[in-house]
Design a protein around this ligand. Sequence first.
Ligand code: ZN
Ligand code: ZN
Length: 235
Amino acid sequence: MSFLSKLTNSTNELLWPTRCIGCNVPGELLCPNCQESLTWVDQQWACLDCGAPFGWLTCSSCDHSWEELDGVICATSFMGTCAHMVTALKDEHETRLAAIIAAAMATALDEAQGWNHINLAAIDAIMFVPATHKAFVRRGFDHMELVARALSSFIDIPLVDVLVRHEAHDQRKLNKAQRAANLFGTIELINEVCAAHVLLVDDVVTTGSSMRACAKILKVAGVNQVIGCGFSRVW
Ligand SMILES: [Zn+2]
Ligand SMILES: [Zn+2]
């Protein structure tokens, strides 16, 4: 970091001190109290197929039908501070949250591994559900690339950036069937994939349609196993 950027950062810190995204107390971006009170998913009881909390045996969220994916692990439930973290990263450009979101995902993966729900040693690449070109231009960055990059360094698995996403209508206002149709053909591989076991990351998992569309393409390209990892699960 150059002296100038250090100086700018400390001046910024004086003028606009970092405040906790959860409780607004100055100091850290996510204070220890708010870290503790995130709506963590208990990995022991989470659905192995879609990551929904308490769906281990009978899941009403996916009916165990997300066959494109070989499992999904989600770190948190999408509510409160977790929801705010996602929107602050995406729409308020608080890019420092990418590392915090990645750390939460790494924590969940570690816990899931403790319950034998995943074997991280067998994963050979991390990929991310890409933003559309339009969203990339609007934000100036792909927020999931930032998260995936941070996660890659935390769990020491290489990031492989081969997926692109073409324009589709905004997924947020569509129902399940419309989402799947909307995404059909919008994901493309821009390079050869050498990985056999992929961890595919996304911020929010709702119907799983974005992840499933990416997994479908990856499987066609010869990938054996695609496990999804979301920061937050809507259920
Ligand atoms: Zn706080
Ligand atoms: Zn499920």
